[in-house]
Design a protein around this ligand. Sequence first.
Ligand SMILES: Cc1cc2nc3c(=O)[nH]c(=O)nc-3n(C[C@H](O)[C@H](O)[C@H](O)COP(=O)(O)O)c2cc1C
Ligand code: SF4
Ligand code: SF4
Length: 266
Amino acid sequence: MICYFSGTGNTKWAATQLAEATGDRLIYIPEHIGKPFVYEFQEGERIGFCFPVHGWRPPRIVRQFISQLQLNADEHYTYALCTAGDTIGETIDIFEQDLACKGIKLDAAFSLIMPESYVGLPFMDVDNSKNEKKKCSQAADDLSIYTQDILNRRKVKALPHIGRWPKINSRLIGEIFVKKLITDKPFHVDSAKCIKCGICAKVCPVHNIEGGTAHEPQWKRNGTCLVCFACYHHCPRHAIEYGRQTKHKGQYFFNHDRCAHSKPNI
Ligand SMILES: Cc1cc2nc3c(=O)[nH]c(=O)nc-3n(C[C@H](O)[C@H](O)[C@H](O)COP(=O)(O)O)c2cc1C
Ligand code: SF4
Ligand code: SF4
């Protein structure tokens, strides 16, 4: 099985490509939150976890899912693949510790650099289209190699994107990031631009938006928002803003046509 979470589609693409190549079943993490996760393994079945990096850590929903696992994973090859815009810090170490708490050992881990989705701070924006294409193309090449490793059950850590100061980024800044910046309080809609299409509510992976056709979005503000920015990026009118941080920022979500070369050569 391949358990995955994705906000703007990068990780979904990677997980789907892996599922096609391995024949392993996809499990969408948000559908399994709030209850113990029990699973009947086939003999020799692999366990994969795919998720984006959020604040140099695994996203909160992924960590919550791990805490719910009730698996007897002893003889199963287990791997993690994270996608990030730039650097991953100690994301995989944190994930490995979470798994260890459930008695699961990580055999392999991989990182992929993909287009940037975080736009919530003044110096952060999406990639320009040239960088976007370049990242997608490189990600497809890297994923081809990782797929072979996974098919051959290699025990490797292919993490070329740890970056500088991983401990400070993941343990210190990551902690502040989660506490202060994972909140939907700054989200608001520009009524003059909103066409009440309902897309934002539809794409939210955790159903944190009241809305739908003929309604403007209303964020629930109850602590479930992951700040994945799927709502912001998918709005066809750029009507969603995150405080004043997104005023002149771009939008991005994974699109097979824009990333035409992103088919791994497997
Ligand atoms: C809340 C949030 C935090 C992020 N933090 C990081 C980060 O620490 N390092 C990084 O390189 N990219 C970071 N990113 C970018 C994403 O990891 C990257 O764009 C990822 O591929 C998005 O995957 P998705 O499309 O499956 O959601 C962040 C994105 C979001 C939304
Ligand atoms: S996606 Fe944009 S235009 Fe459509 S309802 Fe949401 S805010 Fe309004
Ligand atoms: S409200 Fe927007 S940012 Fe928050 S989880 Fe839903 S789609 Fe992601």
